[in-house]
Ligand binder design. Structure first.
Ligand SMILES: [Zn+2]
Length: 563
């Protein structure tokens, strides 16, 4: 960090040299002096490989709760640049928008990825919903079984820009989730893999490789054999206790694997292990990190999110998951070390998360609640239709609503009808005590793109940062703090997606061998990641390319943002 003004720099440099001189002289006479304030990107030069890690639903709260217990892969990251308060600054805190910010450096209002899925009421097919990485123009595609494409992503990723600079850059990604892998790698990619019905798979027009076949064979053997419960680390402590929810409980599950149950394997902690292994196989198969042209490997670990949704964030299940994640990170980093690759890591998350409200209520948070069923599209549409006397022939009056936080109106409505329906809907929403704010597209588009400390953003600023006219719903509805969408069911008790900081705040950790680490509690944004990494590989981009700013991750007088 450049904490001193330039006029003080020489003094500080002299002091640093004086302090380190005796040790240097005795133990390693030939060692170079500490980096001078005027040094380039890094005393080591550019890294050969950028490893961009996303841990899905890894909130700053989980990081704070578990960081003291990490002893494996996380250890090195905790010795790097630790930004404990990173922000997915926008309101729509879902997987696809969150992953879209990580390596593009722009908010979802510019990536075009406003949600995991949105509605196109005028689209000429039965399903009006469109998935964020689907090619809905392909007649074979449905939101549930999408033909996967990056076409909806409107901004280039870091990998795209590096490949444009030099086509020898290798840009690859892996995740259990298609949307995570696609959003982090972008448009110009060498290999992108995600978990399909039987194992890792890729785009329809690409073939899976020997590395994929090998990892899929390993997974198939493990699934066929089955497995017992996963170990509970001693440090889990008192999270290992049952919490009743209706007619079932959470807080005691240990992920036994029934022989042949690929679904259980791919939706639990074990899939993070496979993701790390697949990442290593990709490094070998593609020859990443070998030549002077830096490569980008994006790895999104999905299990933390899957465990969070299934069991909430504060039970033994999440503790077990944190341990498996720590091990998976070690699998990845140890393999890169063994290959002698000079790599730079960033680890962050697509969004945070919130615990099951039933458990929150038992633990000093009486305001946590399930969303009011009256806020579902079905119930709202029935009430608004009755009130206005307006109906449509096909489908509902509008789509989305409470669970989506966004409302798309039927294409059958005339402009006059739409105005009446919208007015009635907005008035109705404003009377519901679970609704914190309601905005229409016309209001939202009058607001400027937000800037400044993301912790202080208003609700309007958060909404603006993930709004795209024509794609986002024309009415945005935001629930009050602590409202969880969805009815509880076994393996489905908690979620995210709110504009509140438990869903927005994520850690941002940077590490490279030999760097001097530091802790920085001041809020930063995930859109800062792309310009920060770009600077370390000497990539420049025209002003306005990024919404974020370069963070100086050199703790000394050198500035990793200044070349
Ligand atoms: Zn999720």
């Amino acid at each position: 960090m450049r904490l001193l003004s330039s006029s003080l720099a020489p003094l500080a440099l002299i002091a640093a040299l004086a302090v380190s001189a005796p040790a240097t002289a005795q133990e390693a006479p030939a060692a170079p002096a500490p980096a001078a304030a005027t040094s380039a990107v890094s005393p080591q030069g550019q890294p050969k490989l950028i490893v961009a890690v996303s841990v899905d639903q890894f909130s700053a709260d989980l990081f704070a709760q578990y960081r003291e217990h990490f002893t494996k892969g996380f250890t090195r990251l905790l010795q790097g640049a630790v930004f404990a308060s990173g922000f997915q600054s926008h309101a729509a805190t879902e997987t696809c928008p969150g992953h879209s910010t990580l390596l593009t450096g722009v908010h979802p209002s510019r990536t075009g990825i406003t949600a995991n899925s949105w509605f196109m009421p005028g689209i000429g097919r039965a399903e009006k919903e469109v998935y964020c990485v689907e090619d809905e123009t392909n007649p074979k595609s449905t939101p549930d079984k999408p033909v996967v494409s990056a076409a909806h992503l409107k901004a280039p990723t870091l990998g795209d820009l590096m490949k444009k600079r030099n086509p020898k850059t290798i840009n690859a990604a892996v995740s259990a989730k298609d949307r995570a892998a696609v959003m982090m790698s972008g448009h110009d990619t060498d290999a992108v893999y995600w978990i399909g019905p039987k194992g890792f798979t890729t785009f329809e027009n690409r073939k899976i490789t020997k590395a994929v076949e090998a990892e899929n064979a390993v997974m198939a053997r493990r699934v066929a054999a089955g497995d017992g419960a996963l170990p509970v680390p001693g440090w889990c402590g008192n999270v290992d206790r049952a919490t009743p929810i209706k007619d079932f409980t959470i807080g005691t599950y240990r992920f036994p694997l029934a022989a042949g149950d690929f679904n259980a394997y791919s939706n639990g902690p074990r899939i993070d292990t496979a993701t790390a292994e697949m990442a290593v196989r990709m490094v070998d198969e593609l020859g990443m990190g070998k030549d002077a042209v830096p490569d980008v490997l994006s790895v999104s670990f999905s299990a933390t999110d899957k465990v969070g949704h299934a069991f909430g964030t504060e039970g033994v299940e999440m503790c077990i998951q944190m341990n498996v994640l720590d091990e998976a990170l070690a699998t990845l980093f140890d393999a890169l070390d063994a290959r002698g690759i000079d790599y730079e890591v960033v680890l962050s998350a697509d969004h945070g998360g919130f615990d099951a409200p039933e458990r929150q209520k038992l633990r000093g948070n009486p305001d946590a609640a399930r969303i009011d069923p009256a806020l579902s599209a079905k119930e709202l549409a029935a009430a608004v239709s009755q009130e206005t006397g307006i109906t449509v022939k096909n489908g509902p009056l509008f789509y989305g609503a409470g669970e989506a936080g966004s409302v798309w109106f039927s294409a059958e409505l005339t402009p006059d009808q739409k105005q009446k329906v919208m007015a009635a809907l907005v008035a109705r929403l404003k009377t519901n005590p679970q609704i914190a704010a309601v905005y229409t597209q016309d209001q939202i588009m009058q607001w400027p793109e937000p800037k400044g400390n993301p912790q202080d953003w208003t609700m309007e600023q958060k909404v603006r940062a993930s709004f795209v006219p024509g794609r986002s719903g024309e009415v945005q509805m935001l629930t009050v703090r602590g409202v969880v969408p969805g009815k509880p069911a076994p393996f489905k008790v908690a979620s995210h997606g709110s504009p509140w900081d438990y869903d927005r705040r994520v850690p941002m950790l940077f590490w490279r061998k030999g760097m001097v680490g530091f802790e920085q509690p001041t809020p930063v944004e995930t859109v800062d990641i792309a310009p920060t990494l770009a600077a370390t590989v000497g990539l420049t981009a025209p002003a306005g390319t990024w919404d974020g700013r370069c963070l100086d991750i050199d703790a000394g007088e050198a500035d990793s943002c200044r070349r």
